[in-house]
Design a protein around this ligand. Sequence first.
Ligand code: ARG
Length: 568
Amino acid sequence: MQTFQDLLTRQLSRALSAAGFVVAGEVVPASDPRFGDYQTNVALLLAKERGDNPRAVAKKIIAQLEIAEWSDPPTIAGAGFINFHLKPEAVAKHAAQLLNNARLGVPLAEPLHRIVIDFGSPNVAKPMHVGHIRSTVLGDALARIASFLGHDVIRDNHIGDWGTQFGMVIYGWKNLLDREALARDPIAELVRIYKQTNELSKTDASVRDACRTELVRLQSGDEENLLIWKECVALSMKEFEAAYEILDIHYDIQRGESFYNERLPAIVERLLKSGLAEISEGAVCVFFREIPELADRPCIIQKSDGGFNYATTDIATVDYRIRDLAADTIWIVTGAPQQLHFRQIFEIARREGYSADFRHITHGSILGENRKLMKTRSGENVPLRDLLEEAIMRARKIVEEKNPDLTETEKEQIAKIVGIGAVKYADLSQYRMTDYVFSWDRMLSLQGNTAPYLQNAYVRIRSIFRKIGGNFTVPDELKLSEATELTLAKRLAQFAEVVPQVLNDFRPNLLANYLFELANAFHGFYEACPVLKSEEPVRSSRLALSALTGRTLQQGLNLLGIEVPEKM
Ligand code: ARG
């Protein structure tokens, strides 16, 4: 199936060449429904280029357009916009086709790619905090959407399991560890010894030296230190897994930094040999002298003490993903502070001859009510697990109030779906670069652009179908006689236009906002049009519109990693 946007774009291209213009015109949804359903500014662009009158150019294009099957005769508005108004019969026919289309009209991408998506990627022996939420939730949504569009997606968790933090962790383990506390809450205890060691090392040079020695021992394969390291990794992984379980987020592979250890010496050698790297003040560096912003920002790939670093690991990671995993596309999702790092890594990869499509997908921060980085009352990072548990608990209260007659099991299931959905949606409905304020009340509200509002629209639809006990056959034709029916059907047709668009600039918020508008359109329809009480054939037609809305909400939310309950 083709979307209206595609059909109109194709016909516009045809008309443009028939009128003797050599440009590709773009058709986009109208900015204001009063002007129509779709519009193009191609006449304005052409007129400017040629010094012609835009309205005259628009007339020439319109004279060549063959779109009577889907659109009323186009109108010219303002300085020369061409506006398209879809014909209700065409919209009805399209909606009937959507009802029989398993993909809700969403076309497969072309060409298809093998994409490694590196997202989440928390650090061992440090708690996974709310800052990791954004990367995790955003990466998961992008992975779901890319898979749905047909791409071959490999989800990779690039765990920070091999860094300088281990010098301190191992020192703390040997000198400060409280075994009982470790058994009770492993991560909290690991963080405590790490922090205490960090404090000590600030004032005590002997502690600083001892940490360095522990790190060198670990890196040179000391048995005892390796065992401690392994235990820390295992304890942290257990904690991460618990959070992924609650979030319903899963990885295909988890290649932590340590996975690349053995490959690092060869990487440095290779870069030195090819002349891409050079020795400067005892360290091995790659310079970017001809790139103004990077001219005084060399990338160190081996420190003067012989140690490798984050950059060396990431160069090895590029190799692995392209050579071993055969990826042609790599997306890395992290906070904005890592921009310089990946700019350098991608530049090195390009110089080494890699032609894969590298994208660093960055995001802003989550703020507390005081508009500063979100922290607990004592000034700590908010542990992710605590946050997720609180979300579920708060959602539970809402369910309890809204529908006290549900069974305990139902309440529990719904609370999880609503609470986790609310946290994910609050994030995904924002443009990823925006810093946003974390507000329980706002994200859990049943009104406004929230997960509970969308889930509630879905639940309303399910309850209609429960009332008729499944006695419904999809009609061959829809009747769209009311304005709200037509508006809803047009929105439903746009799902297929919005989903692929998300990947242009990695904006799941486009899909979130679309779903919000869809739920609003459904609301408008539901207020104005009786469904079960109407006469045939209108009744079946309205049921079909409702069913299609339900499926679209469910599929759309699923692409954002959000579930829908049957009741709430
Ligand atoms: N562990 C890093 C952090 O928490 C993110 C890793 C991102 N991926 C990568 N290939 N470097 O900031």
